[in-house]
Ligand binder design. Structure first.
Ligand code: HEC
Length: 101
């Protein structure tokens, strides 16, 4: 009986982890691509920034900076709202995705 519980616990843990795992590419397509296109350019609304070529650490640092007000240019208000709307997991996942472009 104990074994059954152990196995059930393991299955449950993996299931929960999978449910919380965030797909950075999906977050990007849904929330960022409108302004930042495929990352190699941005629309006017995207402030003409190029995300492609920046490392995951750089992106994560900048997004965190937008959240706490320590990073940003003339249009930082736009990104402050975007960055604050991301959960910690989403922020990490989308940074990793951009870093892989
Ligand atoms: C409504 C348009 C818009 C959307 C949507 C948007 N951004 Fe931005 N993004 C901007 C603008 C405008 C800037 C320039 C802000 C500034 O002046 O600091 C910017 C800047 C950035 C920068 C800083 C680039 C640099 O090198 O300084 C990063 C990183 C970034 N965006 C990531 C994202 C991510 C990730 C998402 C999706 C979660 C996202 N953006 C969604 C408009 C947008």
């Amino acid at each position: 009986m104990k074994k059954v519980f152990a196995i059930l616990t393991i299955i449950l843990c993996f299931g929960v982890t999978a449910a919380f795992a965030v797909d950075g590419g999906e977050v990007y397509q849904k929330r960022c691509a409108k302004c930042h296109r495929d990352g190699s350019e941005s629309s006017k609304a995207g402030g003409d920034v190029v995300l492609k070529g920046q490392s995951a650490q750089e992106i994560e640092m900048k997004l965190t900076g937008y959240v706490d007000g320590t990073y940003g240019g003339a249009k930082k208000k736009v990104m402050e709202r975007m960055a604050k709307g991301l959960s910690g997991d989403e922020l990490k996942a989308v940074s990793a995705y951009i870093g892989s472009l």
